[in-house]
Every structure is written in structure tokens, then in C-alpha cells.
Write a protein that binds this ligand. Structure first.
Ligand code: NAD
Length: 477
């Protein structure tokens, strides 16, 4: 069984802690690896290394730093098959989707390498005679990147690539469920002549290692992708040192299907969105609102399509639509939420229970009708293959129902009427809206949540800016 080491100050090293975290393949239920249960000493060692290296790293030319990003992209591509298999086995992501994540991650490093000669400072007109004002953009310093288990490889790159390009150094903590691909990447990074300490990978619990990292005075920024609860704890931890936080948190994405929508398209897109990676994707449809004139037809077709969803071995050929949930606690959480919805009077159109299976943590694809707007199943992130569908009577009601939620990450609209689409884009209060399609943002966009879905964001020009701070110089001549 593979036993990974921490990657600190340019070397694969043993943890200060004698304890280990066992990593389970969620589909086979076998223990496939172990990673150190890192502690506060590991946190300090990694942050110290990042802190010591950051000054010299930021003084390299941006083109030179971009060169390392390109090398990382190329290393990922050279191991793309092995990395995809590693990812599929640590999280039961179907192999083709795991491959998409690995390939997209390589593209992500290349994309941010391309920003090397593009981001700029500013020259500002002064109110004084014979004075220029320069606005420099400087790296924020030492970044702590804390990652979730659902897209562990891509989210790691989402933090490492902009940090390194801008001259920051970084300490990354993967989720304890899915550390393997990150540590396989660490082994690849160890083969580069990257200055020591610029990138560090440490494993450990959120409330222990994660808390030690995010409360440290050595951290200049903490970027978390994870749950609202973890985001709240990181805000509290950042208070002492007024550390910058960038938080990408949960979602409860509404999908609105207007009366003039292409119903077949809406059904296929929303079903695919709800079951991709077994419903464990932050930006995928979590609740559907359907115009009452087409509700019955939609509900019928949608239920049939959810019944037809295939599930099984993530390595199987042909590929099933979905596989196991990440672990038993997630499976039980989904089942408990659906059970409470039933007890609250909702009707289960299909599914509604844990699936029979020899191995893995499978949940039946589930459609729920008749749930109240203010009920838990409509308001709280479920993160599994279950979705409530609710009718609405007019445009204003649809928008009000969609906006009535503490999350504000993503949303979607299905309509063939350009006016309805444009009005929806004006009125929906979400960081992202997909029109006549579902899930997955572009690397050149800006993935950012409103309300409890986060602060700050990632990708594109605006994602790069998160890692930069300004310095204004007043120059008399
Ligand atoms: P989680 O919050 O349980 O864990 C995320 C990371 O935070 C893990 O590495 C964990 O160890 C760490 N952590 C937990 N408590 C911490 C603390 N007190 N201090 C420091 N670190 C701590 O989330 P998860 O279960 O891994 O991921 C699922 C969640 O992530 C869902 O809510 C999903 O919507 C969200 N997510 C959001 C996005 C986005 O882009 N907005 C993307 C992917 C996942």
C-alpha cells in the first residue's frame, strides 16, 4: 500500500506526527493508501519554508515563473493516464470524467502561464503638478490553499497556478478523503528545479492542520474551497491577523425551466447535471422550478430519465453515468435529508433510498415533488443524486423562488425567448448563470459565489487579481 510523505521545502519528508490517515477507495471499500495526519508542527514547517522562499521567488521574472507552470502542465500530461486512474480510485469518479479533470488541470497551468506578460500595473494622473502616480501589483505573499474532495486535482491547480505566477508561495492541504493525486503531483514537482519552499503539500485534518495553517501569522491569504461551515471557521481563524480570505463554498443551484423551453434539452441537461460525479458538484442543479403549464410533462420525462441513470464501477466500460458517493457519512446525510423531506409531506417520484450494492456507497437517483420552498430539501445543499422539482406560475414567482436561498453560487435558465433570458440574467442573484446548458465553468471566466457561497473567486483575470495587492507610488519630478 502506498504511504505518502509530506512535501515541505522542496523535499518529500516524514511528518512530525506518528499518526496516519487511511484513504479508502469508495467503490471497492478497500484502503488504498495512507497519508500523514499532519499536525501544527508540519503546518509551521511548511509555512516557514513558504515564507522564506517567497521574496526570492517574487523577484524572478514573471516569464521565468510562468516557465515552471508550463513544466507542471507538461509533467501532468506525461502522466495523464496514471493520474486519472489514481483520481478515479480515490474518489469513485468515473474514469472518463477523471481524465477530463486531469487534462483540464494541465490546461489550467498553461492558461495561467499565458498571463505572464499580460497583467499590468497602472499609471494614474495626479492632482498635483509634476507628479505621477504608479500603481504596482505585488504578490500577496504566502498563500494557504485548502482543497475539497470533489475536484481535488483541479482545485489544487486553481490555487497553485495563480499563486506561483504572481510571485506568491503556497502551502496546499488536500482533503483527507482524496490526497493521493495531490501527492502524486508533489512527486512530479520534486523532479523540477523549482526553488525550495515555493510549493508545499501537507496532509491532515481540517480542524487540526487546516486550522493551524489558516490561523498562522505566516499566512497572508487563505483560499478555501469547501463547505460553508469550514468557510465560517476560516473567517474566524483569520480574524486575529486580518488575513485575507478567498472562499468558494457550497451551492444550491436553481434550474428554471420556462414554458417556452426546449423540454427535452432541459430534462437531459438537468439530469446530467444532477448525477455527474454522483451529484457531488458545487455548481450543478440542486433544485428545479418548472412552469406549471409544462410541469406534468417535465416531471414525467425527468423521472423516466432519472430512472434510466446507470451506476456502477467507475472503471467499467461502458462507463456508468455515476458511481459511489464519496463515503458513508455523505451517503447517510443524503438519505437523512430525503427521509426528512418525505416525513415533511414531499412525494418521491423515483429513488428515495440507499441502493442495493455489494460494495460502495450508492444512492438511488431521486426525484422529489411537492416539497415546500422553505423546507430543508429545497434550501440546503444535498450534494448527491437527488433533486426537488417545484412548479411556478409566472416569471416573477420563478425568479423570487430561485433567489430565495442563502447560497448564491450558480443558477441556470432554460428558455427559447431572448427577452426572458436577458431579464433572468438581470434579476438572478448568483455568481454564475448558465443558459440552456448546465455545469462547468470556463478557465477564463470568474467562479465566485454570492451570499454564503463565498467571498472572492477563481479563474480568469479576476481570479488572478485575488493573489495580488496594490502599492501606489507618488513620484514628483
Ligand atoms: P469541507 O468543508 O468538509 O472540507 C474542505 C477542506 O476544508 C478540507 O480540506 C478540510 O479538511 C478543510 N477544513 C475543514 N474544516 C476546516 C477548518 N476549520 N479549518 C481549515 N480547514 C478546514 O468540504 P468538502 O466536504 O471537502 O467539499 C464539499 C463542499 O465543498 C461542498 O459544500 C461543495 O459545494 C463545496 N465546493 C465548492 C466549490 C466552489 O467552487 N464553490 C467547489 C467544490 C466544492
Amino acid at each position: 500500500m502506498q504511504a505518502y510523505q509530506q512535501f515541505i521545502n522542496g523535499a518529500l519528508v516524514d511528518s512530525h506526527s506518528p499518526d496516519w490517515i487511511e484513504v479508502e477507495n469508495p467503490y471497492t471499500n478497500e484502503i488504498i493508501s495512507r497519508v500523514p495526519q499532519g499536525d501544527a508542527e508540519d503546518a509551521y514547517a511548511a509555512l516557514e519554508a513558504a515564507s522564506k522562499s517567497q521574496g526570492a521567488w517574487s523577484k524572478k521574472t514573471v516569464a521565468e515563473r510562468a516557465g515552471y507552470l508550463k513544466q507542471m502542465a507538461s509533467l501532468i500530461r506525461s502522466s495523464r493516464i496514471e493520474l486519472a486512474r489514481c483520481l478515479a480510485s480515490e474518489q469513485a469518479k468515473v474514469l472518463p470524467l477523471a481524465q477530463v479533470e486531469i487534462d483540464f488541470t494541465a490546461d489550467y497551468f498553461d492558461y495561467y502561464a499565458g498571463w505572464a506578460r499580460i497583467y499590468e500595473g497602472e499609471i494614474i494622473s495626479s492632482d498635483r503638478l509634476n507628479e505621477n502616480m504608479f500603481l504596482f501589483r505585488k504578490p500577496i505573499g504566502v498563500v494557504v490553499g485548502i482543497c475539497p474532495w470533489n475536484f481535488p486535482f483541479f482545485v489544487m491547480a486553481r490555487k497553485v497556478a495563480p499563486a506561483l505566477l504572481t510571485g506568491c508561495s503556497i502551502v496546499v492541504k488536500p482533503s483527507s478523503n482524496t490526497p493521493n493525486t495531490t501527492f502524486e503531483f508533489a512527486k512530479l514537482v520534486a523532479t523540477l528545479d523549482l526553488p525550495k519552499g515555493v510549493v508545499n503539500f501537507v496532509s491532515g485534518g481540517g480542524k487540526t492542520l487546516g486550522a493551524a495553517l489558516s490561523s498562522s501569522s505566516l499566512a497572508d491569504m487563505v483560499t478555501l474551497t469547501g463547505s460553508v461551515e469550514a468557510g465560517q471557521e476560516i473567517i474566524r481563524a483569520s480574524a486575529e491577523n486580518i488575513t485575507k480570505v478567498s472562499l468558494e463554498l457550497g451551492g444550491k443551484a436553481p434550474a428554471i425551466v420556462f414554458a417556452d423551453a426546449d423540454i427535452g434539452l432541459a430534462v437531459s441537461r438537468i439530469v446530467a447535471s444532477r448525477v455527474i460525479f454522483s451529484g457531488q458538484v458545487c455548481n450543478c442543479a440542486e433544485r428545479a422550478y418548472v412552469h406549471s403549464s409544462i410541469y406534468d410533462e417535465f416531471a414525467d420525462k425527468f423521472t423516466k430519465a432519472m430512472k434510466a441513470v446507470t451506476k456502477g464501477d467507475p472503471f467499467a466500460d461502458p462507463t456508468p453515468d455515476m458511481s459511489s458517493q464519496i463515503d458513508k457519512s455523505q451517503l447517510l446525510k443524503i438519505d437523512a435529508m430525503v427521509s426528512r423531506a418525505k416525513a415533511d409531506g414531499a412525494e418521491i417520484l423515483t429513488g428515495g433510498k440507499i441502493a442495493d450494492s455489494q460494495t460502495g456507497y450508492f444512492y438511488e437517483p431521486t426525484v422529489i415533488a411537492g416539497a415546500r420552498q422553505d423546507s430543508e430539501i429545497v434550501q440546503k445543499e444535498i450534494f448527491g443524486p437527488a433533486i426537488p422539482i417545484l412548479p411556478f406560475d409566472d416569471y416573477d414567482e420563478a425568479i423570487a423562488l430561485a433567489n430565495d436561498c442563502e447560497y448564491g453560487l450558480t443558477s441556470s435558465v432554460f428558455s427559447t425567448n431572448i427577452n426572458t433570458v436577458m431579464q433572468s440574467l438581470r434579476d438572478l442573484k448568483f455568481g454564475e448563470t448558465y443558459v440552456n446548458r448546465e455545469h462547468f465553468e470556463g478557465l477564463q471566466g470568474f467562479h465566485a459565489g454570492w451570499r454564503k457561497s463565498g467571498i472572492g473567486g477563481a479563474d480568469g483575470k479576476h481570479g488572478l487579481m485575488e493573489y495580488l495587492q496594490s502599492q501606489v507610488a507618488y513620484i514628483q519630478f
